[in-house]
Design a protein around this ligand. Structure first.
Ligand SMILES: [Zn+2]
Length: 78
């Protein structure tokens, strides 16, 4: 195996997938918003708040593929 092939294999294996091989963009994978304590409090009162974390969860095996707290992900899922 050449050095380049070894490298591309390494990159492939770092893509996060669940046991079904689904990544966060798969249609069986749903972003689930997780709120901090105060966030839940506000949501209960109907106040829209930004989640503190997004968990990409597979609907088939319930595995959490990836957790994200990046600004773009939170904005997309508010
Ligand atoms: Zn799965």
């Amino acid at each position: 195996m050449s050095e380049n092939q070894a490298k591309s294999n390494l990159v492939k294996s770092t893509v996060k997938t669940c046991r079904d091989g689904f990544d966060r963009h798969h249609h069986m994978v749903t972003p689930v918003a997780e709120y901090s304590g105060i966030g839940w409090f506000l949501v209960t009162f109907g106040i829209t708040t930004r989640p503190s974390k997004i968990k990409y969860t597979c609907r088939k095996c319930n595995e959490v593929i990836e957790e994200s707290s990046s600004k773009e992900d939170l904005d997309n899922n508010t």
